[in-house]
Design a protein around this ligand. Structure first.
Ligand code: FAD
Length: 410
């Protein structure tokens, strides 16, 4: 069996589906095929944003993206394919959206399924041939395009779009991205998890499991301050988690010599915290030192802070010296955790690394060495911060490639 197509898109995630829809809108008389390895398309859209799908962010600019050459690529891409362009396109599909104060955009229904529903309806309306549970055995260039060998068919296509995503989450177990890259001889950069918990080496981390705290978190590499975020820190038995930590995770996941400083009262200076603790010691007096923190932090944080400052939580508060109080205040102000690099894709939201951006033409996402081959979305070495930036890139790169598949002006 063999099939002729105008365009084949490999990967039925956010980027692949959007690209297939847009390509079909612009090429109504052409055959467009979407190939997906899993048994259905758009599974990651459904789990994104805790089931709400934070589909873009109105503040998105190149500064929210990482990867070799990623910012230059995004800068060119967003000149046209910015968050408003993506939203306008979704509105034409019937999606109602809601913007939040921090620029994050969600479907108005607050259900990720609404995003996937409009995309799937468009695939149907435009007669895109969607094939799920496919296995790609081989891809070869031909004189006029590409030959894709499946287990039960050989597909010949003029245009081939790779939208196979990264290695994160369950995609790690299912992703065939690396195989595809090898079949096509694509150059890639080193892959690592990003937007993930950061594993730490600390004698007190276990006792903090399940505890949360509003804090400022600062990433240090070899003592130098790299990045700072504010938000809710979630402690696990061996890691720091929460969106603010996710946004710092890229470097400590890949490199040794990093520390995260947790500032539990960022609105106060270390000196102000020292005065506060001294006052509380007077109130607690001969009671246990850990009582100083009652009503201030979760009980286990108080105990862990004292242990980290090498003080006994059960000793009388009144036995703490001036020096002890100063050390304790400094710990509350800047509680340091040594980080451990870990390749934990299962708990990562995105992959740092992928197909080299320098091998892609920024204006249309075509590969510089392979005519008719396009790479979009997370398959590229582009990863964004948490907050709608990754889906924005997936959708924007998809629309850009789709609008440039045909030779006619759009
Ligand atoms: C839990 C979670 C929550 C997230 N929340 C958000 C959020 O709210 N906002 C945001 O901006 N980003 C979020 N992200 C990140 C965002 O979902 C991804 O960056 C985005 O989905 C990438 O889209 P993509 O289409 O490039 O890749 P993917 O969505 O990974 O899609 C790739 C598809 O290709 C298929 N595939 C792979 N190999 C093959 C092959 N050989 N043959 C056929 N098919 C193949 C895969 O099965 C998959 O369906 C979240 C990620 C996770 C894991």
């Amino acid at each position: 069996m063999s099939t002729q197509a105008f365009a084949v898109i490999i990967g039925g995630g956010a980027a692949g589906i959007a690209c297939a829809c847009r390509a079909a809108q612009l090429n109504p008389d052409q055959k467009i095929i979407l190939l997906e390895k899993a048994d259905r398309v758009g599974r990651k859209i459904m789990i994104s944003g805790n089931g709400r799908c934070n589909m873009t962010n109105m503040t998105a600019s190149e500064s929210s993206y990482h990867g070799e050459g990623a910012r230059d690529l995004v800068n060119i891409l967003f000149k046209k394919y910015n968050p408003q362009y993506v939203l306008d396109w979704f509105h034409t599909l019937g999606l109602l959206t809601a913007k939040e104060d921090d620029g994050k955009v969600y479907p108005r229904s607050n259900h990720a399924s609404s995003v996937l529903d409009v995309l799937r309806a468009e695939l149907d309306r435009r007669n895109v041939e969607v094939r799920c549970s496919v296995e790609i055995m081989d891809i070869k260039p031909t004189r006029t395009g590409y030959q894709i060998t499946l287990t039960d068919d050989t597909v010949f296509t003029q245009k081939l779009v790779i939208a196979s995503g990264g290695k994160s989450d369950y995609a790690y177990r299912e992703s065939g991205s690396q195989d595809l890259f090898k079949m096509l001889g694509l150059r890639t950069t080193h892959c690592a998890p990003s937007l993930s918990p950061v594993y730490v080496k600390s004698p007190v981390i276990k006792m903090l499991k399940g505890v949360r705290a509003n804090a400022k978190v600062t990433l240090y590499q070899k003592g130098e301050k790299i990045k700072e975020e504010t938000g809710e820190v979630q402690f696990t038995e061996n890691a720091l988690s929460g969106i603010c930590v996710f946004n710092l995770s890229r470097t400590p996941n890949q490199r040794r010599g990093c520390e995260i400083g947790v500032s539990l009262l960022p609105e106060m200076s270390a000196e102000e915290i020292r005065t506060l603790l001294s006052d509380r010691i007077k109130t607690v007096n001969s009671g246990e030192a850990q009582k100083i923190f009652t009503g201030m932090f979760h009980k286990n944080i108080g105990i862990a802070l004292l242990k980290s400052a090498k003080l006994s939580p059960s000793a009388p508060a009144s036995s703490l010296t001036e020096e002890n109080v100063k050390t304790l205040a400094e710990t509350v102000f800047d509680w340091r955790f040594e980080t451990i690099p870990k390749f934990d894709m299962k708990n990562a939201q995105v992959t740092a690394g992928g197909v080299k951006v320098s091998d892609i033409i920024a204006e249309d996402f075509e590969h510089i060495a392979h005519e008719g081959l396009y790479i979009i979305g997370e398959a590229l070495d582009v990863d964004g911060d948490c907050g709608g930036y990754n889906l924005q890139f997936a959708f924007a790169s998809a629309l850009c490639a789709a609008e440039n598949l045909n030779t006619e002006e759009v």
